[in-house]
Design a binder for this molecule. Sequence first.
Ligand code: AMP
Length: 179
Amino acid sequence: MSHSSHITAYISAGANLGDRAAALRGALRALGEMPGVRVAAVSAIYETEPVGGVTQPLFLNLAARLEIAVSVALTPEALLGEMQRIERVFGRGREGEIRWGPRTLDLDLLLFGDERRATDFLTLPHPRMWERAFVLAPLREVAVGALREKLEDYQPRPPARIWRESRARASSRAKKGPR
Ligand code: AMP
């Protein structure tokens, strides 16, 4: 909505080295500490097979919906820059890294409002998001509006397996009581 006071952005996070869940939690906390940024929804955590043919451990992946106050005038580039800083905090150096290889934390900016670009630094929407079950399965849980409709009938192939449910989902299930 054009008169909305916030921009909706979506990120995906993955980790397959070290304490994977701690890295994902730390990334969400760091994003939520940015001025004007609210982590509005977090998916369950999925455990997924690595893509790209490099033999490596399984990944944990999640997606989150961010609400960014228009008043802070955060650009998508500034958000990605901060995401890269957070990756470095969690031990991922960019030098010498194997493409498609193991990583302690990988953050991707999937969508930032309706922004579109294709520069060396940033492509929006994320160019590979529609091919990746490990992105789309969690994204489906946190999507709102037109994106939600687009993902409604999506069945991830190969199936992405839930590793741990988000606390929000788990508690809303608990409220419904035993089945
Ligand atoms: P990767 O190692 O696969 O996460 O790729 C990181 C590289 O992709 C960095 O050089 C980023 O500047 C670039 N990049 C381009 N578009 C995006 C995006 N939407 N989200 C994250 N990284 C991006």
